[in-house]
Design a protein around this ligand. Structure first.
Ligand code: BGC
Length: 495
């Protein structure tokens, strides 16, 4: 295979790269197709006006999800978590945590000490045939991994540890330990789970094997775990966001605004002041509310997915789709003869351009002082594209940099929550592979929130250190602490 490497105009190249570094992607292309590529990709550049229009639509959708009358048809489901308090720092003890939400499943043993969480854990793969097989096989696999972990850590005979189960899919919870899966996302499709209580499925799988005994005290979404893990170290954390394989956010909502559960009272008969709401914002746009921003490329990615028409916002943002959108744009440009000399066959293979390539190519743009584009050449060569020119590399880097649309859409979502809460200072806990590993995403996100948030409101972004695991232990710990406090109060009252 022959790679054609043209000399680049260094001045133009540096100007373009400087713009990308500042988070202002411009057409970096240096030859004739420049304007054309710029024009074709224009629709991926969202103006603040479009983002603000989206924010209005998102808040409307959220209100629909909270309202008793309209909740059942809302695209953004706004699911109550039944978590009404964040950690107060006094939580102590040992907990088990299970974390299912992507291609991996984790079992963790967590010891909470003063402001610290000591963790030991093991990661197990969830093979694709299990992700898309039967629900029974999936939960048997989970129980099997747990049993292995408990044996390795000599926990089988130990006193039953309270367990927090982070299950990162939309669940209609009826309490802290009960939740029915509404629908699978992120490539999962195990049969017989949608509509079922996942805690019961977990307990039944453990009972089938008879060698492990569990005490599930909390079921939670990964966003809730992220919020709780950050709140453990920074009390002002009131929003949790994940931008990884999927995307979602949760936040502390005033209870009087959650009319769909207005008759809820806790075990003491008290009405909570606030409750964490799992927004499930990944489904925003499933009712067409994002159509004014979506492109034909988003449409292609959606149609090829296993859940067409679902998780519209997630498909424009998260790691599971970012590489694929980029690939679809590159394929389109190649078909229009604006890239790779019109050679489009290799880039037409679905999923041949994983999200990590987007990060790697952007990284090279930022770090490779000599502009050799060695990595980018290598990636394009690996995909099987022949006759790649240096110009193509610059253009591919430009298309990759348009992934900043994802950061701007997430920023708009976070700004909706900050503005809605209207609290003077809020910490936003964030986690997920895109937030962690994409080179420009965190900066672009921060800058855009700043522009979209109402005047007078302050916020800070905080990387959550393993929120899904730590958070599960913390929700379990808060539940256990509250239970104990109530028991003590009851005892005191009876004396
Ligand atoms: C799920 C959410 C989850 C998010 C991040 C989405 O696909 O629906 O429940 O929080 O992914 O993992």
């Amino acid at each position: 295979m022959s790679l054609v490497r043209h000399k680049l105009n260094p001045e133009l190249l540096e100007n373009g790269i400087a713009a990308v570094k500042k988070g202002r992607p411009v057409a970096l292309v240096l030859s004739r197709p420049r304007d054309l590529i710029h024009e074709v990709c224009q629709k991926l550049l969202l103006s603040d006006q479009q983002l603000r229009r989206m924010m209005v639509a998102m808040e409307k959708s959220m209100e629909k999800g909270l309202d008793r009358e309209t909740a059942s048809t809302a695209a953004v489901r706004m699911l109550p978590s039944y978590v009404c308090a964040v950690p107060n720092g006094t939580e102590r003890g040992g907990f088990l945590a299970l974390d299912l939400g992507g291609t991996n499943f984790r079992v963790l043993l967590i010891r909470l000490k003063e402001k610290e969480a000591e963790m030991t854990g093991k990661i197990f793969r969830v093979p694709e045939n299990i992700m898309r097989g039967t629900g029974e096989a999936l939960f048997d696999h989970i129980a099997d991994c747990m049993a292995k972990f408990m044996q390795e850590h000599d926990l089988k005979d130990a006193q039953k540890l309270p367990l927090g189960f982070t299950f990162s899919f939309p669940c209609a919870q009826e309490g802290l330990t009960k939740g029915k899966l509404i629908n699978w996302t992120k490539g999962f499709n195990a049969s017989g789970v949608e509509g079922a209580d996942v805690v019961t499925l977990l307990r039944e799988a453990c009972q089938r094997r008879r060698d492990i005994d569990i005490d599930v005290v909390a079921l939670l979404n990964d966003t809730v775990g992220t919020l709780m893990a950050c709140a453990f170290v920074e009390n002002s954390c009131q929003i949790g966001v994940i931008v990884g394989t999927g995307t979602n956010a949760c936040y502390m909502e005033r209870f009087d605004r959650i009319s769909k559960i207005s008759d809820y009272v806790d075990e003491e008969g008290l009405v909570p002041e606030e409750m964490i709401i799992n927004t499930e914002w990944g489904a925003f746009g499933d009712d067409g509310a994002m159509d004014f921003i979506r492109t034909e490329w988003d449409d292609v990615v959606d149609r090829q997915s296993i859940n067409p028409g679902k998780q519209v916002f997630e498909k424009m943002i998260s790691g599971m789709y970012m590489g694929e959108i980029t690939r679809v744009v590159l394929e389109d440009l190649a078909r229009q003869k604006l890239l790779f000399g019109g050679n489009f066959e290799a880039i037409s293979r679905p999923h041949c351009f994983p999200t990590k390539y987007v990060s790697e190519i952007e990284n090279e743009l930022l770090e490779d002082e000599d502009r050799t584009f060695q990595k980018t050449f290598q990636i394009l060569e690996d995909i099987g594209i022949e006759t790649v020119s240096s110009n193509d590399c610059v253009n591919v880097a430009y298309v990759c940099s348009l992934g900043f649309r994802a950061a701007h859409l997430t920023a708009a979502g976070i700004a909706v929550l900050l503005n809605r809460m209207g609290k003077p200072f809020v910490t936003v806990g964030l986690d997920g592979s895109v937030y962690r590993f994409h080179p420009t995403y965190p900066k672009l996100l921060d800058e855009k929130i700043e522009q979209l948030v109402n005047k007078g409101l302050q916020y800070q972004l905080m990387l959550s250190e393993d929120g899904s695991g730590r958070g599960a232990a913390l929700v379990a710990a808060v539940a256990t602490r509250l239970k104990l406090e109530k028991l003590v109060a009851k005892l005191a009252a009876s004396h």
